[in-house]
Design a protein around this ligand. Structure first.
Ligand code: HEM
Length: 396
């Protein structure tokens, strides 16, 4: 078995320009050879690449695999542990200590209030686009402002700070900044969050961060939690909105079906999440020797879990490379699975559910303003896949 195992040299850095929605060809090729491949991390350490749906899901549910940052074994360098509060990169019991108090903050009441706000925010963005039109960059006019405002309201970031805040987040999530630029943006964000936590302690308002100040969490922990919420909640949703719109424009029959049948919207959101899987891969490290798909993953080895090829696995989804908004087979892994499954998934769904139909109904003639090949794709090196820009136009 070991002899015939497929080997992937390292992670691809680009997609084919002709298929901007499909995972890189090397990853699809790896999946075709089998659900698990030998692999060398870009940092030089040997690891495993898991591309099949069932294996990705089983590793995510297996406590013998760790999310701890300091265990990452990808190159000849030490990785520091996640700072206090950044629970995405922690295991139990630390992870649960941070996640548990948060789960109760994403209440139905708050989601309902946010849904009303999202409708308003979306309508404001669409009004501004219409006024400035008949063309726009959909990334800056629509896809970024909506999740930014939502996450700022959730954290209680004052209105006047939002512009600079968005720029900092953009810089450290965009995948194209120099090392120094990244550190500067990260430091500025940390500093801002420290001030925000202090302000909420002094003057609590009606938001998640203020509520969390009424717990045993330290300022440093609250800053870490805020950073995770922000990093996880803003960039992912923004890219789902822009890339999702691009995918619909490139699939006019699906777009027409969604316009004609509003009740398709919930299913459409799930299908776009599956098809695009912008949070494309995450890593886990084996705590002990574990057998996965007939291979032994040795203790201390870091595996890459490819959520996007898992969501395109032909053994799990019929015609996986087809965007079919009426698809019935749910269970995608776009929000992960297991203890780290996305905390903000209901919120993300509300944002997409409200914003995408509002956009396509406001502009019935919405179309690309440039050839599809000229749409600004993010490099594959960005943690979250998506668009740098999406020039669109419409008839007035
Ligand atoms: C479409 C948008 C989104 C996508 C595709 C997405 C995707 C994901 C994925 C795949 C994970 C699991 C990571 C892993 O397996 O290690 C995750 C975790 C997380 N997400 Fe999201 N997310 C989205 C929106 C949001 C929003 C709006 C929020 C919050 C406001 C949020 C907060 C979080 C947090 C806090 C975690 C860490 C959970 C934990 O470690 O227990 N996400 N997300």
């Amino acid at each position: 078995m070991g002899e015939s195992i497929h080997t992937v040299t390292t992670l691809p850095t680009a997609r084919q320009a002709s298929c901007p929605f499909d995972p890189p060809a090397e990853l699809l090729d790896a999946r075709r050879h089998g659900p698990i491949s030998r692999f060398t991390h870009p940092g030089g350490k040997p690891g495993w690449l898991i591309t099949g749906y069932d294996l990705v899901r089983s590793v995510l549910a297996d406590s013998r695999f760790s999310s701890r940052k300091e265990l990452l074994n990808v190159g000849d360098f030490e990785v520091p542990p996640a700072p206090p509060g950044e629970f995405l990169l922690m295991d139990e019991p630390q992870h649960g200590r941070y996640r548990k108090p948060l789960v109760g903050k994403f209440t139905v009441r708050r989601m309902r209030l946010l849904a009303e706000r999202i409708e308003r925010i979306t309508a404001d963005c669409l009004d501004a686009m219409e006024k400035a039109g008949p063309s726009a960059d959909l990334v800056s006019a629509f896809a970024k402002p909506i999740p930014t405002i939502v996450i700022c309201e959730l954290l209680g970031v004052p209105y006047e700070d939002r512009g600079s805040f968005q720029e900092q987040i953009d810089t450290f999530m965009g995948g194209e900044t120099s090392e120094e630029g990244l550190i500067a943006a990260y430091t500025a964000t940390q500093q801002y969050l420290a001030e925000l936590v202090a302000a909420k302690r002094a003057n609590p308002t009606d938001d998640v961060l203020s509520e969390l100040t009424d717990s045993d969490l330290t300022d440093e922990e609250l800053r870490g939690i805020s950073l995770i919420l922000l990093a996880a909640g803003f960039d992912t949703t923004a890219n789902m909105l822009s890339l999702g719109t691009f995918a619909l424009l490139q699939n006019p029959a699906q777009l027409a079906a969604l316009r004609a049948e509003p009740s398709l919207a919930d299913r459409a959101v799930e299908e776009l999440l599956r098809y695009l899987t912008v949070a494309k891969s995450f890593m886990r490290t084996a705590l002990v020797d574990v057998e996965v798909g007939g291979q032994t993953i040795e203790a201390g080895t870091t595996v890459v879990l490819s959520y996007n090829t898992a969501n395109r696995d032909p053994e799990r989804f019929a015609d996986p490379h087809v965007l079919d908004l009426s698809r019935q087979d749910g269970g995608h892994l776009a929000f992960g699975h297991g203890i780290h499954q996305c905390l903000g998934q209901q919120l993300a769904r509300v944002e997409m559910r409200v914003a995408i139909p509002a956009l396509i109904n406001r502009f019935p003639t919405l179309r690309l303003a440039v050839p599809a090949a000229e749409v600004g794709l993010r490099p594959e090196t960005a943690d979250i896949y998506g668009l740098k820009s999406l020039p669109v136009t419409w008839d007035v």
